[in-house]
Write a protein that binds this ligand. Structure first.
Ligand SMILES: Cc1cc2nc3c(=O)[nH]c(=O)nc-3n(C[C@H](O)[C@H](O)[C@H](O)COP(=O)(O)O)c2cc1C
Length: 438
């Protein structure tokens, strides 16, 4: 029996690994453990999937970006379409969940529902779709648009898109033809895919603006969020759970999973040395560009050794003009204000300009932070973002997972074969899911 003496909460944490190509740090691709073409090598991704499965992690998670990203001279990445990689990982593994990000702005509901349901069926009910609306401006041209639709339009379309996909999955499961009429989509038809072992795929959501949180609370089974401080994490957790309750759902059925960047060493000093080495290798221009885009400012115009300008700290972004993710922006600004950080300190804390929380420490310290957020009601688990693969994941699996197991916070082996059971979400059509979208 697991020892639960350390924990105040029943159950265990959910741990997904967010496989951001070869790692989240800008220099990860330079690791001597990797082949230069790992980011387009299915053998690499399946190996990462096997390592994650060895650690009984909940799911293998992939982001998307349907276009050439940022500056291709720097970190390579997101070159392959996520469901293609997930298909390869599904074939090489038996238990781990498979979560793919796909945009509601740049897909068609029938085609997306077909693709995800097929993957769910062939993987034995292990799939979830991470719903995003996409904020990268330059992607619009790939789809024949002159500009990205505004945030309100994207989220209105997203809510309807998710309804249409859910209805298509339910219609396939119940073998009832679907007629769907909305503002953006009018469909008549049925998917040919049989129901999977979990009935139909799960829904995850990422995007922290008010509209994003509303979508999450009403429709998602899990949320991938960007929370940098414990208090902000608790506030976000309670907000999404209350939206779910107001929508007539059981708040337990939407799991809150903030991103967590991990830089792990055998000791804290070793982890710090690893982090410093990585920062020294990465081109600072990349981190600066990323940071500028997150906040909607030009980093070159601010003093790196002073706090963020008051105009940034005190004035909320105008949602109709700021095109980036409001969720990321708000998290970063709150951290800077709460801890009175200079811009340079902020950049260091963010691991090169990202809006996710970063822990640099020993396996014990990483386990402590996971346990602390779990017990404080700030998270139901985490989307882990190792600094680099595969060693950043291996040390988590080999050193952190055993600590979490000893503390009764994590499974010793897979107990359920479907992702739905593992996330504690009832099967669609069962009495307890009557008010659920999926
Ligand atoms: C934690 C997190 C992860 C995200 N991952 C992606 C992604 O993989 N692909 C993508 O196009 N957008 C991603 N987004 C942004 C979403 O597209 C989001 O729907 C859009 O930017 C609006 O964000 P907002 O609600 O935070 O303003 C992510 C956002 C967050 C907060």
């Amino acid at each position: 029996m697991p020892d639960r003496s350390h924990t105040g909460r029943p159950g265990h944490v959910i741990l997904n690994v967010n496989v951001l190509d070869v790692g989240i740090t800008h220099d990860a691709w330079r690791s001597s453990d990797l082949h230069p073409l790992s980011f387009v090598d299915t053998g690499y991704f399946t190996e990462v999937g096997r390592i994650a499965e060895r650690g009984t992690l909940d799911a293998f998670f992939l982001a998307d970006g349907p276009g050439l990203r940022e500056d291709p001279r720097h970190k390579p990445g997101r070159a392959l379409e996520p469901t293609t990689i997930l298909g390869a990982v599904a074939a090489a593994t038996s238990n781990i969940g498979l979560i793919g990000t796909l945009s509601t702005t740049f897909n068609d509901p029938w085609e997306l529902a077909y693709r995800i349901a097929s993957l769910d069926y062939v993987s034995g009910g292990r799939v979830a779709w991470n719903v995003v609306t996409t904020y990268a401006e330059d992607i619009a041209g790939n789809f024949g648009l002159t500009e990205l639709p505004d945030r309100d339009t994207r989220y209105r379309r997203a809510a309807e898109f998710v309804d249409a996909v859910n209805d298509l999955w339910a219609s396939a499961r119940t073998r009832t033809p679907l007629r769907f009429d909305g503002e953006f989509f009018n469909l008549a038809g049925q998917l040919p895919v049989p129901p999977s072992a979990q009935g139909q795929p799960l829904l995850v959501q990422a995007g922290g603006s008010p509209a994003g949180r509303e979508l999450a609370g009403r429709q998602a089974h899990a949320v991938f969020s960007a929370e940098l401080s414990l208090l902000a994490g608790i506030a976000h957790y309670q907000h999404v759970k209350s939206v779910a309750t107001k929508a007539g759902r059981n708040p337990e059925h939407v799991r809150i999973l903030p991103g967590l960047i991990t830089v792990i060493g055998s000791t804290e000093a070793e982890a710090k040395a690893r982090d410093a080495e990585s920062a020294a290798l990465a081109p600072s221009s990349h981190a600066a560009a990323r940071f500028s885009a997150t906040l909607g400012i030009d980093l070159h115009s601010v003093d790196l050794d002073a706090p963020l300008p008051e105009s940034v700290l005190d004035e909320p972004a105008d949602p109709s003009r700021f095109r980036g993710s409001l969720g990321f922006r708000e998290s970063v600004i709150r951290l800077a204000a709460d801890e009175n950080l200079t811009v340079r300190q902020l950049l260091g804390r963010l691991g090169g300009g990202f809006g996710h929380r970063k822990i640099v420490g020993s396996p014990e310290q990483v386990a402590d932070t996971i346990e602390h957020w779990w017990n404080a009601g700030a998270a139901d688990g985490f989307n882990l973002m190792p600094d680099r693969f595969p060693d950043g994941l291996e040390i988590f699996v080999d050193e952190v997972v055993p600590i979490l197991r000893r503390r009764g916070l994590f499974r010793h082996e897979y107990e359920a074969s479907t992702l739905r059971e593992r996330f504690g979400v009832p099967f669609p059509g069962s009495a307890s899911s009557a008010s659920l979208a999926g």
